[in-house]
Design a protein around this ligand. Structure first.
Ligand SMILES: Nc1nc2c(ncn2[C@@H]2O[C@H](COP(=O)(O)OP(=O)(O)OP(=O)(O)O)[C@@H](O)[C@H]2O)c(=O)[nH]1
Ligand SMILES: [Mg+2]
Ligand SMILES: [Zn+2]
Length: 320
């Protein structure tokens, strides 16, 4: 049965003469969703019924009421959310924040300055891998030569995890096109990172018509908020794919992940955690632990194992 039919079956109150269109959610503000329709037009849609769980990147069924003169109304009703390939979100004790659904590539943006957090970078990677999304890291602002060596050194461990690390200057549009665009072909890519790293500057380099606001980090923080305040999906030119810009984060809780999902977020442990003597090994102090042996040999790094322990401990504490 097609998804189209499924949507109808779940919403018997819908007028059968209205054929749902399949659109893609480009923005979400409470119960208002911006939806792009197959003909490229964008409409505001409201979910029918109580369920309100669409997120940016979702494919949705929408219908539009026709008024008496036969013209299609401006606002649509969102009937159903199609099943997702994946969804990336973060969660702490108080709230859950969805980034986007149906993502093929997470572009984690770091910069020479402001100094990025290793912990947040590691969490973003774990969240991506646990959701089965391929990550890529950008070191932006390489025109700021002071500090570039230190930033490069801090990123070196990720290169050994087979994560591509691309150095560029987001103000150099040609460079962004040459280095980044080949990774984005026919994909939905999500820009993720702390505030002030240059996500929206990258977006503008790739999609000038986006005209996204960008701001010096110190100015943005002085105003007490991030420059980008909402997640939004854009088309790359010439139908090359989609790009989602998101607001910078200062925390990246992963409380929704189970223990095995956290472990999935550390792919470099995989050859070793199968060698642990105990099936429920925590890789902390157990004898015969394959991960600790790999650490001793230098096959995995202490900082990655420390992040793993922090995630396991905070998730265990949250479940008490
Ligand atoms: N020198 C230099 N500055 C850059 C570069 N890329 C971005 N910037 C500057 O960095 C500041 C922050 O850029 P934004 O694109 O607003 O950062 P953001 O990651 O979108 O920030 P939020 O929306 O708050 O999450 C702006 O002043 C940009 O002009 C770069 O390659 N080199
Ligand atoms: Mg921004
Ligand atoms: Zn172990």
């Amino acid at each position: 049965m097609s998804k189209h039919n499924q949507a109808k079956r779940h919403t018997p109150e819908v007028d059968a003469s209205q054929k749902p269109l399949i659109g893609r959610v480009i923005s979400a503000h409470g119960r208002h969703y911006g939806v792009e329709l197959p003909d490229g037009t964008k409409r505001l849609c409201y979910p029918r019924g109580k369920r309100n769980d669409a997120t940016v990147g979702d494919y949705v069924d929408v219908v539009f009421d026709t008024n008496q003169s036969g013209s299609v109304g401006k606002e649509g009703s969102l009937l159903a959310v199609h099943s997702r390939k994946n969804i990336l979100f973060r969660s702490d004790e108080n709230r859950t924040k969805q980034f986007a659904a149906n993502v093929d590539l997470v572009i984690i943006v770091t910069a020479v300055e402001p100094i990025f957090s290793d912990d947040l970078l590691g969490r973003a990677l774990t969240g991506s891998w646990a959701a089965n999304i391929q990550p890529l890291i950008i070191l932006n602002k390489v025109d700021l030569t002071q500090g570039i060596l230190a930033a490069r050194q801090r990123l070196a461990p990720y290169q050994t995890l087979s994560v591509p690390v691309i150095e560029l200057c987001a103000h150099d549009s040609n460079q962004v096109h040459a280095l980044l665009l080949p990774h984005m072909q026919n994909k939905t890519s999500l820009l993720l990172g702390q505030s002030g790293m240059g996500k929206s500057t990258l977006l503008n380099a790739l999609i000038p018509s986006a005209q996204a606001a960008t701001q010096m980090h110190s100015v943005a923080l002085g105003a007490g908020k991030h420059t980008t305040t909402a997640t939004r999906l854009y088309h790359l030119p010439n139908d090359q794919g989609y790009l989602v810009d998101s607001p910078g984060f200062q925390a990246f809780g992963l409380l929704h992940l189970s223990r095995s999902e956290i472990e999935q977020g550390f792919p470099e442990f995989r050859p070793f955690n199968t060698q642990c003597r105990f099936y429920n090994c925590t890789h902390q102090h157990e004898p015969g632990c394959g991960v600790l042996e790999a650490l001793a040999r230098g096959d995995i790094t202490a900082s990655r194992l420390a992040l793993f322990q922090r995630l396991i401990e905070s998730n265990a504490a949250a479940k008490i």
